[in-house]
Design a protein around this ligand. Sequence first.
Ligand SMILES: *Cc1c(COP(=O)(O)O)cnc(C)c1O
Length: 358
Amino acid sequence: MAKENSIVSLLREDLSDLKPYQSARRIGGKGKIFINANESPFANVDLGAVNFDTINRYPEQQPERLVEAYANYANVEPQNVVCTRGADEAIELLIRTFCNVGKDSISYFAPSYGMYQISAKTCGIRSIQVPFNDDYTLPSDWSNTEKSKLTFICNPNNPTGTIITPSDIKAVLNRTPFGLVVVDEAYIDFSIENTVTDLVKEYPNLVVLRTLSKAFALAGLRCGFLISSPQVTQQVLKVLAPYPVSVPVEQIATQALSSTGITLMKQQRQLIEQNRQLLMDALIGIAQKVLPSASNFVYAEFDDADAIWSELVDQEIIARRYVVEKLKNGIRFTIGSTAENYTLINLFNNIKQLKDEQ
Ligand SMILES: *Cc1c(COP(=O)(O)O)cnc(C)c1O
C-alpha cells in the first residue's frame, strides 16, 4: 500500500499550491444564519410534480423540454441554449473546449468570482486579471492585447453587486475580435434589463452564463445554462458529459421555469429587494461605504471590518469576507429571510447605539 505522502507526491505539479474555492458547505463552522453564499432563503420545490417512471433510462444529453423552457424564459432559440450542472460547470466546459493547455489564457475583470481562476488553473490554463475602474465599471481603453481565448465579465459582479451597462459590454465585444466574451449573468434575474442575451444573434463570440441557483432558489439542484451562437454551443456539446442533467433535475428545473414558477420567482425577488433596501439603510452610519446592489447581496466596506466580523461571529451570523487586498475591508451579506435580515439589522442598530453612547 502506498503511504499517504507518496500519494500527495503524485499530484499534478502545477496544482501543488491550489487553494480550493471557499464553498458554502466547505467552510463548516458554527453558524445559525448563513448569508455567505448568495443562496435564496426560499425552498420552492413541489415534489408531487416529480415523476420517477423513467429513472431506469439514461436521460437525453440535453433534455428538450428543459432547453425549450429556458430558451423561452431567456428570449432566445433552443439552439442557443446548453444546460449544465450549474454555471460553474459551464465555466469549466468553456475552458476545456477552447483553451490549449500550456498555450492559451483566460482574462477576467477583477475583483470578481473566484471560480474563473480556479477552473483555469485546474485545466492548466493561465489567468490574467484586468482591474476594474475604482467604481467597478470597465476600463474604457481595455482591449484583448493578450489574445485570451476567453474574457469573463461578471454582471452583476460578484462580490460587489455592481452593474456593467450593456453598452459597455458591447464596446468590449467590438474591441475584442479575438476569442469569446463570456458574460456571467448568475444574478441577472435581479436586474433583467441589463441582460445581453439579445446580442447573441449579432455577436457569435458572445457567451452568456445563467443559473437556477440564485433568484430561482435552486442552488441544491445544480442546474445552469450557457447561451451562445450555435457555432459555440455545437462545440461545447462535444465536450460536455453524455448525461449531465439527471431525470429529477430536468423535472424540477422545468417546473421552476413554468409560468407559475416564474411568477413565484418574481414575487420572491421583490421581497428580497425590499429586505435589501432595509439592510442598506441599516448599514448607513456603520459602514464606510455601501455599494449599490443589483443582486441578492450587499457589499459594504468598514473602517474596522475585523471588529464587525467578530460581532457577526458572536451572533453566529456567517457572512463572506475576502483575502484579496482590494476587498480586505469588505464584507458581503446575502439577503436571507426577513427574520434573518432583522437579526442583522438589529445587530447593526445595537452597534450604532453603543458607538453613539461613547
Ligand atoms: C453562484 C455563482 C455561480 C455558480 O452558479 P451555479 O449555477 O450554482 O454553479 C457562477 N457565477 C457567479 C458569479 C456566481 O456567483
